[in-house]
Design a binder for this molecule. Sequence first.
Ligand code: NAD
Length: 502
Amino acid sequence: MSFPSSLLTYVFFFDLVNKDFCEVDRIFCFQTFYNVIINELTSTAETRHGINPSTEEALPPVPLSTQEDVDKAVAAAQAAYPAWRDLTYDERAKYILRYADAIEANLAGIQDILMKEAGKPVQNATQELGFALMHLRQTAGLRLPEDVVEDSEERTATVRYVPIGVGVGIVPWNYPALLGLGKLDAAVLTGNTYIWKPSPYAPYTALKLGELAAKIFPPGVVQVLSGDESLGPLFTAHPSIGKISFTGSSATGKKVMAACAKTLKRVTLELGGNDASIVCDDVDVKQVVQKIGPFSFLHAGQICMEIKRLYVHEKIYDEFLAAMVEVVKTFKVGGAGDAEAFLGPVQNSMQYEKVQDMFSEISKQNWKVALGGDVCSTGKEKGYFFPPTIIDNPPENSRIVVEEPFGPIMPVLKWKDEEDVIRRANNTDMGLGASVWSSDVERAKKIATRLEAGSVWVNSHFELSPSVPFGGHKWSGIGMDWGIVGMKGWCNTQSMWVRKKF
Ligand code: NAD
C-alpha cells in the first residue's frame, strides 16, 4: 500500500540517519531510562514500566516521580527562566536547531524505542520523527513581531508577546515524540522554560529526547519527568507553573482546566475529535478512496485528527464502499518489527478494552459489517491487534457514530441532502477536523466553511504543517498549538506605552 504524497514528504528525513554527525552529541544506551532534572539523569526510589503493545512484553523500568521530583524540576525551571528569557530569539533558535541535529544523529535508536513503546510499524515511526524534526526546524525560524498600534509625535503604543515563565507539556501516548517536541520548540523559542510530562503508557522516547536535550540546553530549560497517572495533577496544582499545554482526551482536558483555574494558569487544550468527512457525488471514486482509506486507518485509528465518520453521497455510496473495502483490505496488520505492516496494534491494554467494547456492539446492535469485525481474525496470539473494520451505514445515533473509538473501526454513512449532511457533521460536541471531497472545489469550499472544526480540508484530511495552527473547537480544545498562533499561546500579551516627551 502506498502513502498519500502529503505523508511521503516526511519520509525523506529517515535517509539522514546515515549522515556523519560526529560533531553532535550521541546517546549510546537505549536500555536505561532516567528523569532529566537540571540536566542530570536521576532515578526514583520506585519505578514502573510500560508494555510493548506488539508483544505484550515488559519494557525497561522508568522513574515514578514524586512531589519532591516535581518541586525540584519546577525550582530549576524557575531559576533558569530569567537568563533564558533574556536571550534573543536568534540565540534560542540556535539551541533548537542544534537539538534537532542531535536528534537526527541519534535517530535510529530513538526510532527503535518509539516503535517498541507506541506499537508503530516502521513507516509510521519514521513519519512521526521526520515530521518532529521538520517541526523543530521550521518553528526555530518563526518570530513573533511586535505590533505598533499607534506611533504619533507624543507617544507609541506597542503590543508585545512576552514569555509566561515555567511551562509544562502534558502529552498522550499516540504521538509521544511529535506532540512533546511540538510544544517544546514553541515554549523555549518564546523564552519559557519547559517541563515535559509524557504519558505513563509511552514515556520512553520522551525520556531519551530529554537526555539529549540535557546535552544541549542550559540546565533547567528543558526537563522530562515520567510517572503514573498521579503525576499530571501535581503539575496542574503547582503554584509556580504559569502554563499548561495539554494534549489528551476531552474528559481529562476538563479536569486540567478546572485544576489550573485555582492558580489561574494559562492553558492550551488539544483534545479528542470525531472528524466528519463528506464525500460529494461528483468525485472520482477510485482516486479518492486511495486517500480516504489511509486517512481513516493510519496508526490503527489512534489519531485525534483522523476520519472517524465518513458521509458518502447516496448516488455513489455502493460503488464507494466497495472500493474503500478493496483499498483497506490491503492494509497489513503487524507489530513494530513487521516492515510491511500499515496498521500496528492499539497502544495499551486500557485502550484495547475500550476498542474491544466498541467491537462487541457489532453483534449487539446488528451493525452491518463491510470489512473486518472479527477481533480474532488477525491471527495474532500476542499484542493488542484489531482488523481494520468498516461498518456499513449504521444509525446516526449509534455509538460508532457518536463516540470517538480511537481504534481501527469506522462507520460509512449515506447522505442525500447538503443541508442535512452539514447538520449531521456538526451534530457533535467535538470540533477538531472535518473535510469535504468534490471535483467542484468552490462547492466543497462553501460546505467546508460551514463545518464547525478547528481545521477543515477540501479534497484532503489530516494535512498538517508546523507553521499552521492546529487545535479544536467545542470540546476538542481551547487555544491552538503550532505556528504563530501556537507561539502566542506560550506568551502573555503586553501593551507597552511610551511617551516621547515628559
Ligand atoms: P488522556 O487524557 O488519558 O491522557 C493525556 C495525558 O494527560 C497523559 O499524559 C496523562 O498521564 C495525563 N493526565 C491524566 N489525568 C490527568 C490529570 N487529572 N491532570 C493532568 N494530567 C493528566 O489521553 P490519552 O488516552 O493519553 O490520549 C488519547 C486522547 O488524546 C484521545 O481522545 C485523542 O483524540 C486525544 N488527542 C488529541 C490530540 C489533539 O491534538 N487534539 C492529539 C493526540 C491525542
